[in-house]
Design a protein around this ligand. Structure first.
Ligand code: ATP
Length: 590
């Protein structure tokens, strides 16, 4: 496929906001691709070069792209900078300057998709001394070889500004239609995706070996499994009832989630967001090699920093210091980590994911017998609400976050938030004191004293995973520090878009829309019903549409945004509905 054709598809995708239309365009695009182009097209459409665990970053700053555009078009760097300031979109700047350029397109040629991908990959992989100049040269050559429309996407892609609005679920549906004839194969593709977290690889397998290749897809070492997630409930009775009277209750540790893959002497770690974190935790790698009695294994746990002097765990705010790229060994000395293993997905050639919790746990305890740094999570199995409650209060008294209850008969539910795991945190008592993770979809300009910062608040949304859209739930207008206002403004300016982004469902209009990317942790007093928001909206008896909203929302948590969650990992609409129901129940009991 020519890159020009791909750019035309992207232009069509950009112009539509209906998910069904996006799926149709994406299906057509995939059908037009060659077998050996499918994976690259999928990565490009996601705006990445590879799945997250490969850690391939473009490393192209705005200034570099402005310079590349200048070199490609004969304009000055200042011209490129001014045009970018005016249009706020590097793609449009590249498109207009390339269109207006008087330079003869010296190396004009018919760029193939794979060729452009290959050059982009070289740009990303070029590092070290002189790499800035080399990257600019490669990008400039590429821009000069394409049409203005190609240049638009050649500039947006490395800047992380593609923003086509296609979520995983949309791509999976298009793959099903293009590779298996209809959407009926999506569930099978999803199963395989949950096992490898690599949509490009799936696309390639499907186009190469047909549906059979996907049906035969199994867990692969060093391809991280998409993590199982927990639902939440506020009471021991409620959880036991949901679990048919008896369940396991594990302590909930607040540290870093680690998915460990081991094949003989080779060990790698992956984070909750499936990024590789091997280099950050050499002490865990050593402990896995020394203590885990299995040749090939995939298991999961939470890593916490341990204070040897006081014999206590450090709180999360301290533990987070272990997440760093430099001075690692020194921090290992100061804050050694312990890993609390809580699940196992694969052992010596055998898939454990579909086995019931009890079997997985038994095998996990067996491979960890006698270990010191990697310990099975503390756990009880109970059918008594009293015992459950005591375990919970004791855990909280020990400084832990709460508990996670596990369904004894359930498999490991990769990539989904299901009631096979239910968390109960110390903050759930009574009113809505649990936090929500919301996606920013827009922002408001400041008025009065805020005008100075040109920041007046955020429009935030939850993720509706059934419809694959973001539904607004709250305008957050208070509680920001000056530093936060400045930071939000700077961050959000970079991702603002001219009109409502695809997949955002909103009634309220912010001053600026932003591409759904950043997640913030929000606390509120209560969930209420409101016509101004679209979260879980339903038609009320009087015909008006009513959704859910937050009363007295404010930002909490470390830093400004949550870097460990992507937009699709925000709190879901269903969770909000569930929390609303729980809130009512607690109210009645009181
Ligand atoms: P939270 O902010 O509450 O950790 P989350 O969205 O990151 O929420 P959930 O799936 O809702 O994740 O809650 C489970 C999380 O708790 C896991 O991601 C894991 O990192 C952590 N955890 C700590 N101890 C356990 C345990 N014993 N079993 C399962 N998960 C645990």
């Amino acid at each position: 496929m020519l890159f020009r054709e791909l750019a035309e598809y992207y232009d069509r995708l950009e112009a539509v906001s209906s998910r069904l239309k996006m799926i149709d365009i994406m299906t057509e695009l995939l059908k037009g691709a060659q077998k050996d182009e499918v994976a690259n097209i999928i990565y490009m459409t996601q705006g990445v070069l590879a799945p997250p665990f490969e850690g391939v970053e473009f490393g192209v700053a705005e200034k570099m792209m402005e310079e590349a555009i200048a070199v490609a078009t004969g304009y000055s760097k200042e011209d490129a900078y001014r045009d970018y300031k005016r249009q706020g979109d590097m793609g449009l700047t590249a498109q207009s300057l390339c269109g207006a350029s008087k330079l003869k397109r010296m190396n004009a040629k018919k760029n193939m998709v794979n060729e452009v991908y290959r050059i982009m990959l070289s740009v990303a992989k070029t590092s070290g001394a002189g790499s800035k100049e080399a990257k600019i040269r490669m990008l400039a050559n590429l821009l000069a070889s394409g049409t203005p429309l190609e240049a638009k996407y050649m500039a947006r892609y490395p800047m992380g500004q593609l923003r086509l609005g296609l979520g995983d679920s949309t791509i999976l549906e298009a793959l099903s239609k293009a590779g298996a004839g209809d959407r009926g194969f999506k569930a099978e593709l999803e199963r395989a995706y949950n096992l490898c977290s690599d949509l490009g690889l799936l696309g390639e397998r499907l186009f190469d070996g047909g549906p059979k290749a996907i049906e035969g897809f199994r867990i692969t070492l060093f391809k991280p499994i998409r993590p199982a997630l927990a639902e939440r409930l506020p009471t021991a009775e409620g959880i036991l009832e949901r679990m048919r009277g008896r369940c396991a209750v594990e302590q909930k540790y607040d540290g870093f989630r680690c998915q460990v893959h081991k094949d003989g002497g080779k060990v790698k770690l992956y984070s909750r967001r499936l990024e590789e974190t091997t280099g950050m935790f050499p002490d865990i790698i050593r402990a896995v090699k020394d203590e885990v009695r299995a040749d090939k294994i995939i298991f999961e746990g939470e890593a916490l920093a341990f204070n040897e002097a006081t014999n206590e765990f450090f709180p999360f705010q301290e533990t987070i210091q272990r997440k760093r790229k430099h001075g690692i060994e020194q921090k290992v000395e100061e804050m050694p980590l312990h890993l609390f293993a809580f699940d196992m997905m694969y052992l010596d050639g055998e898939d454990y994911i579909s086995k019931p919790y009890e079997k997985r746990r038994e095998a996990l305890e067996h491979v960890l017998r006698g270990s010191k740094l990697i310990l099975p999570s503390t756990m009880i199995i109970t059918s008594s609400p009293k015992e459950f409650e005591k375990f919970f209060t004791d855990s909280v008294a020990d400084g832990l976050e709460g508990i996670v209850a596990k369904d004894l008969a359930a498999p490991y539910v990769a990539g989904a938030r299901k009631f096979s795991w239910i968390k109960m945190k110390r903050s759930y008592r009574g009113e809505l004191s649990d936090t929500l993770d919301l996606v920013i979809v827009g922002y408001f300009l400041g008025r009065g004293s805020r005008a100075e910062f040109q920041f007046g608040g955020l429009l935030c949304a939850v993720y509706n995973s059934t419809k694959d859209v973001f539904e607004t739930i709250s305008k957050i207008g208070t509680g920001f520090t000056e530093a936060q206002m400045k930071e939000f403004r700077q961050m959000l300016d970079k991702i603002k878009v001219k009109s409502k982004p695809p997949r955002v469902d909103a009634v309220m209009e912010p001053d600026f829309w932003v591409y759904p990317k950043y997640v913030v942790t929000v606390k509120a007093d209560e969930i209420t019903k409101s016509p101004t928001h679209t979260c879980g909206k339903e038609r009320a008896p009087d015909g008006a549409e009513v959704g859910y909203a937050l009363r007295f929302p404010r930002i909490v948590g470390e830093g400004t945004v949550r870097s460990d969650k992507s937009a699709e990992e925000a709190t879901t609409t269903n969770e909000v509905i569930e929390l609303f129901k729980q809130q009512k129940k607690v109210g009645v009991e009181d």
